[in-house]
Ligand binder design. Structure first.
Ligand SMILES: Nc1nc2c(ncn2[C@@H]2O[C@H](COP(=O)(O)OP(=O)(O)O)[C@@H](O)[C@H]2O)c(=O)[nH]1
Ligand SMILES: [Mg+2]
Length: 380
């Protein structure tokens, strides 16, 4: 059967776009006083500079919702939280109101999925009023159970931050965690020296939140976050494993490989999932470069049989496809290697180590072929 790389790349781009378009919409409420570091936190965790470039829309008297067209994340911001007890009570009532409204809508895209309560780690103590706020919020949230995370912001002084975390934890609040962070590195200069405090903690915030989110929102979180490459890789690997299990679960059923197109839908769906998790802009030339340097030869139409023998040559000791079929296990192995190689490619693009242009050079292609070969060898 004919196997057209150009056509396949088009299919992949279509699948990627659809996958990204169908991501559920994640909504996070961010509470805390002005100056706590909410905007800095949001800008450091999420791509797309939501705070500067997003559009804020008032949803209640104390809350505005910041969104951006085509971006599956909204932030419910609560400006003026420091303006006294009345204001804080109103924020709580309105936030609870929005949470209940979201649940009543039965639409996951409209629900508030998590609350980040931000406290500056350098405050000298936790204010009893803030503890009180959190307790009353928890009471109201008893049925709705939206997870609350206390984010200790600007925690560049480690021992002070630790003491603060301990003191808050001792209050036994109904929160899923107290996470110290320094969202952006801090540079302190005087005449004698320069001290650089490195940013930290955002990866922990992502992991904690990811563990609590329903499955369908995990991919969205990965798509919008830019704080943890490790987390992206972890979920991308899980997507590869899921694709392989779903398609070749038992591993015994022979896959008629003369018809390489059999494999293709599984692999295209897998590539779409990985791309959505990385949140990168992927175009046809990238996919073409990837496909031709792994399963096929440069841009031409090749035969399914050729594709298979090309791949088989890369797996030491597997031999050739007997009678035009390979075992499901081998198909799974090839798919896994392909997925891992694609994750590596995404990682390199994410780090800016490889560009769209590099991919089309013979050096870039050779690098990708090597990647795929290495992954195949690992599986043996
Ligand atoms: N270096 C550094 N500065 C921070 C950080 N978070 C907050 N800041 C500083 O604190 C100020 C107030 O932060 P902002 O994010 O605007 O707080 P918001 O009012 O809660 O949105 C900013 O102008 C920053 O100078 C951080 O993680 N690192
Ligand atoms: Mg702000």
């Amino acid at each position: 059967m004919e196997f057209n790389i150009n056509h396949m790349a088009e299919e992949a781009i279509r699948a990627i776009n659809e996958r990204v378009r169908n991501l559920k919409h994640l909504n996070i409420a961010v509470v805390g006083k002005t100056g706590a570091g909410k905007s800095t936190l949001i800008n450091s965790v999420f791509r797309e500079n939501l705070v500067e470039t997003g559009i804020g829309k008032p949803v209640t008297s104390t809350m505005r919702k910041i969104s951006k067209e085509g971006f599956p994340l909204s932030i419910y911001d609560t400006p003026g939280f420091e303006l006294g007890e009345d204001r804080q009570k109103t924020v709580r009532d309105e936030l609870i109101g929005e949470i209940r409204k979201g649940i009543a809508s039965k639409d996951i895209d409209k629900a508030i999925h998590c609350v980040w309560y931000c406290i500056n780690a350098n405050s000298n103590r936790i204010e009893p009023k803030e503890i009180e706020w959190l307790r009353e919020f928890a009471e109201e949230n008893n049925v709705t159970q939206v997870p609350v995370i206390i984010v200790l912001t600007q925690g560049f002084l480690k021992s002070k931050t630790k003491a603060m975390k301990k003191a808050i934890e001792a209050e036994n609040l109904d929160v899923i965690g107290v996470v110290p962070v320094l969202a952006q590195e801090l540079i302190e200069e005087d005449d004698e020296e320069t001290i650089v405090y490195k940013s930290y903690g955002l990866d922990i915030l992502i992991e904690l939140m990811s563990n609590k989110l329903p499955n369908e929102l995990r991919d969205t979180l990965q798509n919008v976050q830019k704080a943890s490459l490790e987390s992206k890789k972890k979920y991308a690997q899980a997507a590869v494993a899921a694709a392989v299990t779903a398609a070749f679960g038992e591993g015994f059923t022979p896959v008629p490989f003369a018809d390489a197109a059999m494999l293709v839908p599984t692999q295209i769906a897998m590539i779409a999932s990985i791309t959505a998790i990385f949140g990168l802009e992927v175009n046809k030339s990238i996919i073409t470069g990837f496909v031709s340097s792994t399963v096929g030869t440069g841009g031409a139409t090749v035969l399914g049989r050729t594709v298979v023998s090309n791949i088989m040559k890369l797996i030491p000791g597997v031999g050739t496809a007997v009678g035009g079929a390979i075992s499901g296990a081998t198909a799974g192995l090839i798919t896994t290697a392909l997925g891992e190689a694609y994750i590596k490619l995404m990682e390199m693009m994410y780090k800016g180590e490889i560009g769209k242009d590099t991919l089309l050079t013979s050096d870039g292609q050779a690098q990708l072929t090597q990647l795929f070969k290495d992954e195949l060898k690992k599986k043996k």
